[in-house]
Design a protein around this ligand. Structure first.
Ligand code: CA
Length: 224
């Protein structure tokens, strides 16, 4: 998933970011309310992990601001303000879940999965394309039961392309989903991720092809 992590405590932020990346998520980090607002309104995140006590305000205020703009991205609040009234306030403001600090990573991951299982949330069915079966939540890709070994970025590319199977996806949209804001994007890195993914799909005889649309982006379609 593409996650926006709003956290101003540098050590916690880095630790969480690494843990989420190991779980094959792409993470953008925002350490102030202002940056979080900009990132949330302009990014394409699938989940926001939201701290409350930020140097320039209460993170909770971000939720009504997003909902007013029809942005329904799920939000899990992670806060030292973990008392009952705080949690009630958070859920009433529209948070999907609220976890008091300190918390165990296992519990955070379980809650991320739980938010994902809700019908209105981020859960998606596995996607079938040709002989490829892909689960965007777990990143698992199989071809006729055989698992493809894909690193994180290739999983992200595959997520974006399978979701829009048969349609051209703009290069910028793919880059936004594949790289965090603080990763340098080099235009030929995306091409090399796509080439490796394409080769793996071809080697596995997955029955799907990735076409480059010159100057525009990429298109995945089932082989006919
Ligand atoms: Ca804080």
């Amino acid at each position: 998933m593409h996650i926006l992590l709003v956290e101003d405590e540098p050590e916690l932020a880095e630790a969480l970011k690494s843990a989420l990346q190991r779980d094959h998520h792409v993470v953008d980090l925002a350490d102030t309310f202002g940056l979080a607002r900009e990132a949330a309104l302009h990014g394409a995140h699938e989940l926001i992990l939201l701290d409350r006590t930020l140097p320039d305000g209460d993170g909770l205020a971000l939720i009504p601001l997003l909902r007013a703009r029809n942005c329904l991205v799920p939000v899990i609040v992670l806060s030292a303000l973990g008392g009952l009234p705080d949690r009630v306030e958070g859920l009433d403001e529209g948070a999907d879940d609220y976890l008091g600090k300190p918390f165990a990573l296992e519990e955070l991951f379980a809650r991320i999965r739980a938010v994902g299982r809700r019908p209105s949330g981020i859960q998606e069915e596995s996607i079938r394309a040709g002989d490829l079966l892909f689960d965007p939540m777990t990143g698992e890709a199989t071809v006729r039961g055989e698992r493809l070994e894909l690193p994180r970025r290739e999983i992200r590319v595959l997520t974006v392309l399978t979701r829009r199977l048969g349609r051209t996806v703009l290069r910028e949209s793919i880059e936004m989903a594949v790289y965090g804001f603080d990763d340098g994007i080099h235009s030929n890195t995306l091409d090399s991720h796509v080439s490796r993914l394409r080769r793996k799909l071809a080697d596995a005889d997955a029955g799907v092809e990735i076409h480059a649309i010159r100057g525009v982006g990429y298109l995945m379609r089932e082989r006919t």
